[in-house]
Ligand binder design. Sequence first.
Ligand code: ZN
Length: 235
Amino acid sequence: MVELKQVHQLIIPKARGRAFEVKKGQVFRLTCIDGPQVADMDVFNRKDFKEAFSSSFTRSVMGSHLTTGAQLLSDAPHFRPLMTIVADTVGLKPSRRGAVSHDVMLGRCNRKLHEWFTGNKRHPNCQDNLARAIKPYGMEQHDVHDPFNVFMRTGLGKDGRFFYEDPLAKQGDYVEFRADVDCLVAISACPGKSSGPVPNRLGVEIFDVVRPRGVKESEVWAHIKTPEPPRGMRK
Ligand SMILES: [Zn+2]
């Protein structure tokens, strides 16, 4: 059996953001340690921050909601996997209304959005959380990109409007990602209402993957099936 050896862990406080590095070949696990909590997650190539996760390109190739096997793809001109989901305890089970977990449909919340909905001009938000988290790496507000919304449960109504429901994820649920290049990951524990009635903390653990002798890297991940890229738009 393959062993995951923990090399680092951190807590993302409720309604705050944090950034951390994951080396190529390492796995990181993102866990709802207290209860349901939506994570707005940005990913950058650690060696070239100009290459970052593309929500729209990933959505075009992998679909609107992601689970085990899906790859987080980078934007032009690279168009390549930055990370691959290797485990997901929540999955893509739709609600009665058709809402599904882990979306790449919606953008991150920001000051203006909260002001529109609540009138509060100083509401904590994912844009500012992510910008603060990546600041030590020399990046700023403009470098924040649309996230992978882990644990967020969303759908598209018949009226063409997006909606969200409380997360299906419970305390202890997690998603694991394998880094396909050296990555910088920034995560905001979303201070919006999409996590349910109370904001919670998130847990991050980073692992080295220990391969037993004689086991090839391709065999370690043999259980992962990556979705086929679309062959073209169909009616
Ligand atoms: Zn948010």
